[in-house]
Design a protein around this ligand. Structure first.
Ligand SMILES: [Zn+2]
Length: 187
């Protein structure tokens, strides 16, 4: 009698597990979708990156390269008014003109990211000593380095030394105009 009861409960549990398990499995999104939902990260193959980036952007973002200091990009950067800087690899918001300051180092400098969750750091030894590398946390692209304690008169005493080549600048005026247009369209 006891064995019958035991067997019945085992089959009930098995049935419950099966009926609960199979629908779950069939409605589960594909692996790539899960990744997208969980991390919102952008992953591409080398070939895909080469298609969407210029050779110089590829060298910096994907191979941790560094642009020439005081180049054309830096001169343009100095001329920028208010606006936001996005990642050239994935369009994530990284920095804004509010945190921009002139460090005279020849590369775009910010004292903080504008959207901290999109910027991460890691230590690299490419020059034989430890430096803190700055990366886009969405596409893992190399952006530059961050240095601390240099005595700049900024709220953080940090210098995010960023390659301008891998930043997409959108002036505030353009963003405002787009918002106005959208509002008009809604009416
Ligand atoms: Zn990115």
């Amino acid at each position: 009698m006891k064995i019958v009861t035991l067997l019945t409960s085992i089959s009930v549990i098995t049935l419950a597990l099966l009926s609960g398990f199979f629908p779950l499995q069939s409605t589960e999104p594909a692996h790539s979708e899960i990744k997208k939902i969980k991390t919102q990260s952008v992953e591409r193959t080398k070939e895909e990156w080469r298609k969407i980036l210029s050779p110089e952007q590829y060298r910096i973002l994907r191979e941790a390269g560094t642009e020439r200091p005081n180049g054309k990009v830096y001169l343009e950067f100095q001329q920028h008014g208010p606006g936001t800087y996005y990642c050239a690899g994935c369009d994530a918001e990284l920095f804004s003109s509010k945190e921009k300051f002139d460090s005279h180092c020849g590369w775009p400098s910010f004292y903080d990211p504008s959207n901290a969750k999109n910027v991460k750091t890691s230590v690299d030894y490419h020059l034989g000593y430890a430096r803190t590398e700055v990366l886009c946390s969405i596409c893992d692209g190399h952006l530059g380095h961050v240095f601390t304690g240099e005595g700049f008169d900024t709220p953080t005493d940090k210098r995010y030394c960023i390659n301008g080549t891998v930043l997409k600048f959108i002036p505030l005026a353009a963003v405002d105009a787009k918002k106005k247009k959208t509002r008009k369209g809604e009416k």
